[in-house]
Design a binder for this molecule. Structure first.
Ligand SMILES: *Cc1c(COP(=O)(O)O)cnc(C)c1O
Length: 411
């Protein structure tokens, strides 16, 4: 019943006007949320586990007294849950942060600054999240020698170009596990092997991968995780930092030396507990949920391709997560599609870049033609998406695409 969001619930809720009656995470009105890459709703089971740590067990986890110990136990339990999801044995290798943006910045700036005597070359790809690209940009202005490795037209990294980007001055590489715009998965194990054989430290932004697909930390040296992408709370994340061999980081924040000196500041116990709970639930449900999303994706794509000509799937259909579907609708603008179906929450391009009306740099990197990248929409499905939601969204989408095309001079 937790995950059932059917009309009966919605109608009952309206009749009874009682928001607490329904413990599922469905939306109150006729709006369908299809933007799971931008953020996910916090699972109510996660929220329940967090609540005691606001007003009852509020001790500072770094305090020695009983309230502190209670909070610390909860934080360490959460650390264990995160470690377990990504196959890490020693929970001390998990550092809490405020989210994947901070995790990425801590990893990238932290390694570059700590190891700057060893070399100045740092490597990433052209399709990383803005926070990774901008961190590399800042380091480039400090004099680091940045290489942006291209991807192929399916969105997967060009491994030959990656190999040749490594020279004897190379310190580290950062390659995302799963892309947030096109859902494409990178060959992390292979990249990890290349890095290891050249003594290059390897970081991966796994914000879109953890909790969705099997993620094995043994392929990387550092990994970024975000709470709100996996049905946890916003404002918390984690950075896995291997201790074998030990990786050192210059901290971004100086202070009390918490998190083994890498991230000072009092830990937000409720948020840490929430991230831990989110990881525990993901570990339990990921396999079944993955298969369910595969079926929803298949149904969505079949219905769209049956009804509409000249639709293109962007990115790899083979190496991708099922929950991210990026489509281009020839002849019309993505923005117009979005505005034409306000009942369906989607993104045109990436949420961060769509405001600028610039075509997405990710779509450009995979050689999507400029007009087709302007006509792209990202449909994100996840834990609380039902088959009804998919059917409803497709129905709205087909109507708006047909209407816009009938008015378009380009069509
Ligand atoms: C959302 C996201 C981020 C940023 O995470 P926050 O927790 O919101 O800071 C970084 N990388 C990827 C791939 C993301 O999807």
């Amino acid at each position: 019943m937790n995950h059932v969001c059917n009309n009966v619930h919605a109608i009952l809720r309206i009749i009874l006007n009682n928001k607490n009656m329904d413990d599922s995470n469905c939306m109150a009105n006729d709006t369908v949320y299809m933007d799971y890459q931008a953020t996910t709703p916090c699972d109510r089971r996660v929220l329940e586990r967090m609540l005691p740590y606001f007003c009852d067990d509020y001790g500072n986890p770094h305090s020695q007294h009983s309230l502190g110990v209670t909070a610390n136990d909860a934080v360490e339990n959460a650390r264990e849950q995160i470690a377990s999801l990504i196959g890490v044995r020693d929970r001390r290798e998990i550092v809490f942060t405020s989210g994947a943006t901070e995790s990425n910045n801590l990893a990238i700036q932290g390694i570059a600054r700590f190891y700057r005597e060893k070399g100045n070359r740092i490597i990433t790809t052209t399709i990383e999240h803005k926070c990774v690209l901008e961190a590399f940009g800042a380091l480039s202005r400090e004099g680091f020698d940045v290489v942006f490795v291209p991807v192929l037209s399916d969105g997967r990294i060009d491994l030959n170009a990656f190999r040749s980007s490594i020279n004897d001055r190379a310190i580290f590489a950062s390659v995302m596990w799963v892309n947030n715009e096109i859902g494409v998965c990178q060959p992390i194990e292979e990249i990890g092997k290349i890095c290891r054989s050249h003594g290059v430290i390897f970081h991966s932004d796994a914000a879109q991968a953890v909790g969705k697909i099997e993620v094995d930390a043994s392929h990387v040296d550092l990994m970024s995780i975000s709470g709100h992408k996996i049905y946890g709370p916003k404002g918390v994340g984690a950075l896995y930092v291997t201790m074998q061999p030990r990786i050192r980081l210059s901290p971004l924040l100086w202070g009390g030396g918490q998190e083994r000196g890498m991230r000072s500041g009092t830990l937000a116990t409720p948020l840490c507990v929430g991230l831990g709970a989110a990881c525990e639930i993901a570990a339990l449900e990921m396999a079944i949920e993955y298969e369910r999303l595969v079926r929803l994706r298949k149904c969505f794509l079949e219905k769209v391709f049956d009804a509409l000509p000249m639709v293109q799937l962007n990115g790899s259909s083979e190496h991708c997560i099922p929950g991210c579907i990026n489509l281009s609708f020839e002849g019309i603008e993505g923005e117009s599609i979005m505005m034409g179906m306000p009942e369906v929450c989607v993104s045109s391009g990436s949420a961060c870049t769509s405001k600028s009306l610039e075509p997405s740099y990710v779509l450009r990197a995979i050689n999507v033609k400029e007009d087709l990248s302007h006509s792209s929409i990202r449909f994100g499905i996840g834990r609380f998406t039902t088959m009804d939601d998919v059917e409803y969204a497709v129905e709205k989408l087909i109507k708006v695409v047909e209407r816009l095309r009938s008015m378009s001079p380009l069509w």
